[in-house]
Ligand binder design. Structure first.
Ligand code: OGA
Ligand code: MN
Length: 292
């Protein structure tokens, strides 16, 4: 097995070599990648010319794919990609960049806020796997922040304050912070807030991390402005440059991150030109509120 890791940031992120993920992997290779995820939390693979089917097959090595329903406002008949793929491009079904006024485009701008994928679901995502099919010529880097290192770096008083706090997460909070406040009854029901612990523990390593996300908009039992200030302060702390890796995409890069211990965001790019990024999401296994 030629699979090897090289850490490319002072606190996290491994670059992986010696493996072709477009075809079936051995059990040892899958175990090595999982162990790499537990350690580095973000893994970068280069030159992986995946089809959608191959990307889904590779992702299933790490668990069941998450059901994308409830995570976007794109109508099924407008979807560009097959079921199982999350479209995080700026493209419509016709392959052209979405219009400036497109509600789907405006909704997707929420990916430019620091977040953890599917924190708005009762059982949030484990891994996200993002494949760069077409890289935008201007901007569009994806940034990752290590919520384990951010937690470790908190002072003791703050750790004690947040230890047992539970937040409410909803897509209406993240999009609401961008001024998108109008939702249909159906969307309101779909985006009903869910509860998540603010400090969570990794099931394998036992490491604790801050479970922050732009979707977090309230803290149970805390007045709203006080909660928002605390969340904002923690987010500022957690996204200091020392905890952040900036990924500059090359075509056919595939990046995997562990949503249980990372936040990420994409930076602005030239939306008149295509940026074709396709994500698969591995479902999580337990509600964070069941952790102690
Ligand atoms: C995502 C996401 C970032 C990007 O796929 O979950 O937030 O770079 N995308 O498009
Ligand atoms: Mn995301």
């Amino acid at each position: 097995m030629g699979l090897a890791f090289r850490q490319i940031h002072p606190v996290f992120v491994g670059e992986v070599s010696g493996v072709d993920i477009t075809g079936p992997l051995s059990r040892d290779e899958v175990a090595a990648i999982e162990a790499g995820m537990d350690r580095y939390a973000v893994l970068v693979f280069h030159d992986q010319m995946l089809t959608d089917e191959e990307q889904m097959a590779f992702s299933r090595n790490f668990g069941a794919l998450e059901d994308a329903r409830g995570g976007n406002i794109t109508k099924p008949e407008d979807k560009r990609l097959p079921v199982g793929m999350n479209d995080v491009s700026n493209l419509g079904k016709d392959g052209q960049p979405l219009d400036r006024a497109s509600r789907v485009r405006l909704f997707n701008l929420g990916n430019m806020l620091w977040h953890s994928d599917s924190s708005f679901r009762a059982i949030p995502a484990k891994y996200s796997l993002l494949s760069a099919r077409l890289v935008n010529p201007v901007g569009g880097n994806t940034e990752f922040a290590d919520m384990r290192a951010a937690y470790d770096d908190l002072d003791a008083d703050t750790k004690a304050l947040i230890e047992d706090l539970v937040c409410e997460h909803s897509l209406m909070y993240s999009r609401g912070s961008l001024g998108m406040l109008d939702y249909s009854e159906e969307e309101r029901a779909m985006f009903r807030p869910v509860r998540q612990r603010l400090v969570r523990t990794h099931p394998v390593t036992g490491r604790r991390s801050l479970y922050l996300s732009s979707h977090a908009g309230a803290i149970v039992g805390m007045p709203m402005p006080e909660a928002r200030i605390l969340l904002r302060e923690l987010t500022e702390h957690a996204t200091q440059p020392k905890f952040v890796y900036i990924h500059r995409w090359r075509p056919w890069d595939l990046v995997i991150w562990d949503n249980r211990q990372m936040m990420h965001r994409v930076r602005r790019y030239d939306e008149r030109q295509p940026r074709d990024m396709r994500r698969t999401t591995v479902a999580g296994e337990e509600a964070t509120t069941l952790q102690v």
